[in-house]
Write a protein of this length. Structure first.
Length: 87
């Protein structure tokens, strides 16, 4: 528990150092839009967008995998109950 708190504190310290060193205003141009914000804001927004996209794609993959596993279990059960009588 103590090592976890120290690790989180170090991460916050590194983030604070990053934030202090990246306060310069930066212009972001996207198609017809132009936004002036501090660089740290852009870094955090891009990080959060990447995190959300990663979580969504991971959950979609997990859902697809579970669906395929459950359908294959039913296929195996159906095959085991269907027996052929050779009389």
């Amino acid at each position: 528990m103590r090592t976890k708190i120290i690790f989180i504190a170090l991460l916050f310290l590194l983030f604070a150092i990053l934030a202090v060193q990246n306060t310069v205003s930066t212009e972001l141009k996207f198609f017809l839009w132009s936004i002036n914000t501090p660089l740290i804001v852009m870094i955090v927004v891009i990080f959060i967008l990447g995190l959300v996209i990663g979580l969504i794609s991971s959950s979609m993959y997990e859902r697809k995998t579970k669906k395929n596993e459950s359908s294959s279990k039913y296929d195996i059960a159906d095959k085991s109950t269907n027996t052929v009588n050779k009389s």
